[in-house]
Design a protein around this ligand. Structure first.
Ligand code: PMP
Length: 403
């Protein structure tokens, strides 16, 4: 008899053959600057924990305290019996931090995009999406019944062209949604949100930004991309984000008008039908907002470190792309070479993962480094030295000339 699950092994084996499978490394302890990965002490250079908050004493204390006062779990989905005072307090504090009328917290950023996008637009509507948007946006868009169009990466003119042409072809769209990442996670470039919002407004579209990599990084005190561009709030109707990166915990969120939040929680199936965050998670997110408000030095240090690292890498002769943020890709080109560079860095003591096809186009393989505010100058010099040594060995940099 035919084994109905034989495809599982075959498809996995295919991935292994093409070296496209994920081999998971294991952290033996907290995600700190120097940490234990696969039993080896290495410098963390690829986590999303931009500000080092995942191990901040205030977040840890808040989580422990919340377990004592509220228990280990919430007991339910939020619309039934799992809506604790901590959950509503987090939304109040987040909205205040963002300068928005209201905020809604989802279990993850992925759940926010997958749950909200298909409710905002459906049959008879249009979505126009940047070609390099994150996978959770792509899945949210796929779940929608709306007509879908893609515009060239970070190209407002092309966005205008796509909107003009779509509206000419079928002039009676009920609603239009323009959607973009704020910071693009593979290249570290910033979306031209001011221009995207202006073009969206010309077409009467809703503008939705996924600021997962901008929060805690860009704008006044890490308030994100809307603050970075000093845009009036009403120009970007949906500001989505996550607590899983610079905030150091886990959880997605959207901010905007009270109408948006009332609509979102009544309609998003990912929110309605999935258990709410345990108290420890919510309390740690609240403490992360406290830290961002009370300790501005973390965001300042993140940018000092970013500038120092980018300059040193450029001076060494590395191609570090066009990143404007703490995500710095070190371009290698060939996938095999990028993987060898990552392995060599790990041997020397730096943990930075290769990003290869199909995550990026063929020939655009890279090591994606992500800066951390908690890294010291010494740590950075160690990492830069490791890149120089491995880069020369693998002939990504010109080899040392012998005098
Ligand atoms: N959007 C972007 C741009 C992301 O990078 C990520 C995380 N990889 C997400 C959404 C999903 O966020 P979360 O980890 O909270 O599910």
């Amino acid at each position: 008899m035919r084994d109905p699950t034989s495809f599982l092994r075959q498809e996995y084996d295919d991935l292994v053959r093409q070296e496209l499978d994920w081999r998971l490394r294991v952290l033996g302890g907290p995600s700190t600057t120097w940490c234990i990965v696969d039993g080896k002490r290495v410098l963390m250079f690829c986590s999303n924990n931009y500000l080092g908050l995942s191990n901040h004493p205030k977040l840890k204390e808040a989580a422990i305290r919340a377990v004592e006062t509220h228990g280990a779990g919430s007991g339910s989905v939020r619309p039934i019996a799992g809506n604790m005072d901590l959950h509503t307090e987090l939304e109040r504090r987040l909205a205040k931090f963002k300068g928005a009328e209201a905020s809604l917290v989802y279990q993850t950023g992925f759940a926010a995009n997958a749950g909200l996008i298909p409710q905002l637009v459906g049959k008879g509507d249009l979505i126009v999406s940047d070609e390099l948007n994150h996978g959770s946006i792509i899945d949210g868009v796929r779940l929608s019944q709306a007509e879908r169009k893609v515009y060239k990466h970070a190209d407002p003119e092309d966005l205008g062209r796509v909107l003009d042409e779509s509206e000419k072809a079928s002039p009676a769209f009920r609603r239009i949604l323009v959607i973009t990442d704020g910071v693009f996670s593979m290249d570290g470039d910033i979306a031209p949100l001011d221009k995207v919002a202006a073009i969206g407004a010309e077409h009467g579209a809703m503008v939705y930004v996924d600021d997962a990599h901008g929060e805690g990084v860009l704008g006044d005190g890490g308030r994100g991309i809307v603050s970075h561009f000093k845009l009036p709030r009403e120009k970007v109707q949906v500001e989505m984000g996550t607590f899983s990166k610079a905030f150091g915990v886990v959880g997605g969120h959207v901010s905007g008008s009270r109408d948006l939040v009332n609509f979102a929680y009544n309609k998003s199936r990912t929110w309605l039908l999935s258990g709410s965050h345990p108290p420890a998670v919510v309390a740690a997110c609240l403490a992360a907002i406290d830290v961002l408000e009370d300790e501005p030095e973390h965001v300042r240090r993140l940018w000092e470190n970013t500038r120092y690292f980018k300059k040193a890498m450029r001076d060494l002769g590395f191609d570090i792309g066009k990143s404007e943020t703490p995500i710095t890709p070190v371009m290698v080109g060939d996938s095999g070479k990028a993987k060898r560079l990552s392995s060599r860095l790990f041997e020397i003591g730096v943990f930075a993962l290769p990003i290869v096809y199909p995550m990026v186009a063929q020939g655009k393989a890279r090591i994606r480094t992500i800066m951390n505010a908690a890294l010291t100058r010494e740590d950075l010099d160690f990492a830069i030295g490791a890149f120089e040594k491995a880069g020369k060995e693998l002939e990504i940099l010109p080899a040392e000339r012998v005098a």
